[in-house]
Design a protein around this ligand. Structure first.
Ligand SMILES: Nc1ncnc2c1ncn2[C@@H]1O[C@H](COP(=O)(O)OP(=O)(O)OP(=O)(O)O)[C@@H](O)[C@H]1O
Ligand SMILES: [Mg+2]
Length: 277
């Protein structure tokens, strides 16, 4: 296993656009249908989705509730089977789930009987990493997300934001090339959300990982994303637009003060509005 902290310091810099041209995730013509009991045909949730995520990029997806955002993320994670299309990670077709991809869901779902550090180490243990190495790695990840002092606490002793930091540390621990975020900050209050967005931007500022980030918050998508994909209302939801977010890196809270930031938020609102009505 490579060391994330060293790969963070030596890896391609998002701000410098180094390595940005290498495609990490390639989704082509993805269609996903769900079997519905008693129905003659599958329910087509997503039709013909095509997009790429390059090294060190975050691509955000926004769209109306039920338009298939989690379905696309689940397919890339290898959790949801797809009917047509291809999904490649680092040039190879995916076959189910893999340690090259980690998912951060809205709910932290930590194991209540384990400490914060043990929760982060747990996934590594299931990959066969020895206990001492797993604990050491967990300590590094907790340092990275600003939770080093809380390593011996139990999940019920944490705030929602701290639980979600633990969740992020757990996802980063196995050093996946791809991180898949399904509304990870949606249940946090505005202040916690801003703090976590800042943490994510800091971690991402110097990595060659690729991120897929689903959110209902358009400003969050503009702040975090290299590109924002706008999906149409389902069924058979399609990607109707992909907006390149040409805002300077590194980004931070101050990015919100850039007039271009508000133009992008408005532009994406307008793309969504006819659907939301
Ligand atoms: N297991 C399933 N079986 C049948 N239909 C499903 C299943 N999972 C999702 N769907 C349907 O697929 C469509 C897309 O669902 P999905 O959860 O991907 O939407 P979403 O965009 O993530 O919504 P939200 O913003 O509310 O999280 C919805 O119509 C949903 O009812
Ligand atoms: Mg969803």
């Amino acid at each position: 296993m490579t060391d994330l902290t060293s790969s963070l310091s030596e890896g391609p810099n998002r701000a410098g656009n180094i390595g940005r041209q290498t495609t990490r995730v390639s989704v082509r013509g993805l269609s996903v249908g769900y079997e519905l009991r008693g129905a003659d045909a599958d329910f087509l949730a997503v039709a013909d989705a095509t997009f790429d995520i390059r090294c060190s990029e975050i691509v955000c997806i926004v769209g109306p509730s039920g338009c298939g955002k989690s379905t696309v993320l689940g397919a890339v994670a290898g959790l949801v089977p797809y009917r047509a299309g291809t999904i490649e990670v680092d040039g190879k077709p995916i076959r189910g789930t893999g340690s090259d991809r980690a998912v951060v869901f809205q709910k932290a779902s930590l194991l209540p009987w384990l400490t914060v550090q043990e929760n982060v180490a747990y996934g590594l243990r299931t990959y066969g990493v020895k206990k001492r190495a797993a604990i050491q790695r967990a300590a590094e990840m907790l340092e990275l997300v600003g939770l080093a002092q809380f390593a011996t606490r139990y999940p019920y002793q944490l705030s929602g934001g701290m639980q979600q930091r633990t969740n992020l540390a757990r996802a980063l621990a196995a050093d996946p090339n791809i991180l898949l975020f399904d509304e990870p900050f949606a249940s946090l209050d505005a202040q916690q959300r801003e703090l976590l967005q800042g943490e994510l931007l800091r971690i991402w500022s110097n990595t060659d990982k690729a991120g897929l980030f689903i959110t209902h918050q358009i400003d969050e998508a503009v702040l975090l994303g290299n590109r924002v994909i706008v999906s149409t209302r389902g069924p058979a939801s399609r990607i109707c637009n992909a907006v390149e977010i040409d805002l300077p890196w590194p980004r931070s809270r101050e990015t919100r003060l850039n007039p271009k930031f508000h133009n992008y938020v408005d532009q994406i609102w307008q793309l969504l509005e006819p659907q939301e009505a």
